[in-house]
Design a protein. Structure first.
Length: 542
């Protein structure tokens, strides 16, 4: 006799799924002080490091293709950890004492975790999970663990927690949802699961289910139901049918253009970090590229990209965005995005340190080639050069002066420069409060809601104990967004909203009350956002 059982969790990614349980047991990789064989262990350790780096590069490329660059950047960060001098030095000390390669991995992990915890900085503390994920990869490589064997039928992945790498390793043809005993609402794993449209509940706790037990994950109520009733089975089938019809409806809006009651237009643009994403954006009906993250061109390589390499990329981005504009952000390096080849000094609090436009202005040898490439590419389309992490009009003036100087140099070399606009990202309360002054020195504002939320509420969105407080509906966020949009329009400057908030269809109606000129969202969310906007604004066919 079967007994219907309900378990409650928190909704990290909405949706519904029906399948059997596949329970993932994490292996204990606690330190063991066993001794090894000197140079042989050193070779094993660095062999594992080299192989895992290659795996991470492959996972990054596959993840970028499937879910986009922004969601996949965590794998770049993992690769950079494997090049960190302090991490490798801690491992070397263990190897020098005669310990095994496995012990060296744990010693390096624990050293790095202790160093991060000592800072008490929320952003750095969130990197601890990355270190545990990376150590697990290295141990698996060293012990040559067999690959995971999943059930043949649709299944729900049940585990204590989940790493980004484990998300990307899931077989989407059979894994239909994820249940975590613990987990975090806004972890990297949750972001990736959302990009893959895998329903995810966290903090479901412990429950027992045999392999053949049917289990229903309800990402609308936050419930896990073992042995669903006939009525619940039927409701799930009906939900599946509605989702298929929803996809068909969304395709109708591919070429639809929207405008406010006043007649002013609204663009639904796409965020991108690669040419592949720009191509997909065009296919799903995005109206241009609302944010192109150029820093990804600087990662996953051994040195800085040349001017010519950047020029080729930016020209193609502009061509794919045409006839709409491409908003290309200058490199937002620093904080957790520091290329292995770049000599960045250690910072106690990198989230508040040398990053974005601050770093760019300190390093003209790195910044000038990018500006030159952007100026030369401006002939090929409608270009907005967007500056990240601006908090003062003086920073914008400094960049404009540099652009003007480089334009003269390019002219002397026989290179023509087209029309372009200079834009500013509003990512801090300071920038939002200075919106009027920033409009006097720029032609476009882009409200980066991810960082603005983090800096406004002083909350790391991935902190497991605080993520539920990172509420985009917080009155402070509403006031800063509204103030920024109003200030821009009073000055005759266009303004866009980007980030996770812009792509949240539950917030679309509220966002439209601000009257922004553009909503820029991840490529996968363009169809849903266009459908949501269509419910509230007038539209025209293409």
């Amino acid at each position: 006799m079967t007994h219907r059982i309900k378990v409650k969790g928190k909704i990290a990614v909405g949706g519904k799924a029906l399948g059997v349980i596949y329970e993932k047991q994490k292996k204990d990789i606690s330190p063991s002080a066993e001794t090894g064989h000197g140079e042989e262990e050193r070779l094993r350790f660095y062999g594992a490091v080299s192989h895992v780096k290659a795996i991470l590069e492959q996972v990054y490329r596959e993840s970028e293709e499937r879910v986009g660059r922004e969601e996949s950047e965590i794998f770049l960060i993992h690769g950079l950890i494997l090049e960190d001098e302090d991490f490798l030095s801690a491992a070397e000390k263990a190897l020098e004492k005669g310990h095994t390669a496995e012990y060296a991995v744990i010693a390096a992990r624990d050293y790095a975790v202790d160093a991060l915890r000592a800072t008490e900085d929320p952003l750095l503390l969130s990197r601890c999970d990355d270190l545990f994920d990376l150590a697990s990869r290295l141990i698996s490589e060293l012990t040559e663990e067999d690959g995971t064997v999943y059930p043949e039928e649709d299944f729900l992945y049940y585990a204590t927690d989940l790493t980004p790498g484990e998300v990307m390793a899931l077989d989407e043809s059979r894994c239909v949802g994820i249940l975590l005993r613990k987990g975090s609402l806004r972890s990297h794993a949750a972001i990736l699961a959302g990009a893959l449209s895998l329903p995810l509940l966290v903090e479901v706790g412990e429950f027992s289910a045999q392999e053949e037990t049917p289990v229903l994950l309800d990402g609308e109520t936050g419930e896990v139901i073992l042995f669903p009733s006939d009525e619940e089975f039927e409701a799930f089938r009906l939900w599946q049918k509605e989702k298929e019809e929803e996809k068909k409806r969304q395709r109708v809006f591919r070429d639809v253009r929207f405008h406010y009651p006043s007649g002013r237009g609204l663009l639904i643009s796409a965020n991108a970090g690669s040419l592949e994403e720009c191509e997909r954006a065009r296919e799903v009906g995005a109206e241009g590229v609302g944010l192109f993250r150029s820093e990804f061109l600087f990662m996953e390589r051994e040195d800085a990209p040349s001017e010519e390499e950047q020029l080729s990329l930016y020209r193609r981005v502009l061509a794919l965005a045409f006839p709409h504009r491409a908003v290309i952000r200058t490199f937002d390096l620093g904080a957790d995005k520091v290329p292995g080849w770049y000599p960045m000094a250690k910072e106690i609090n990198p989230a508040l340190g040398l990053r974005g436009v601050r770093l760019a202005l300190c390093d003209p040898a790195l910044f000038d080639p990018q500006l030159r490439a952007l100026l030369r590419a401006s002939l090929d389309g409608s270009l907005v050069i967007l500056l990240p992490m601006v908090t003062s009009p003086d920073e914008v003036r400094a960049v404009r002066e540099r652009l003007e100087a480089l334009t003269k140099v390019l002219a002397s070399e026989g290179h023509a420069v087209g029309q372009y606009s200079l834009g500013v990202m509003i990512e801090t309360p300071a920038a939002a409060l200075m919106a009027e002054e920033l409009c006097e020195v720029s032609e476009y504002l882009s409200i980066g809601t991810n960082d603005l939320l983090q800096y406004t509420l002083a909350i790391d969105r991935e902190h497991p104990a605080l993520s539920h407080l990172a509420d985009p509906r917080h009155p402070a966020m509403r006031r800063l967004i509204e103030r920024t949009v109003n200030a821009a329009h009073e000055k005759g400057v266009a303004v866009g909203i980007c980030g996770e908030i812009a792509g949240d269809t539950a917030l679309t109606k509220e966002l439209l009350t601000f009257g922004a000129d553009t909503l820029s969202v991840s490529v996968s969310k363009v169809p849903a956002v266009k459908e949501a906007v269509a419910k509230h604004l007038a539209s025209d066919g293409k």
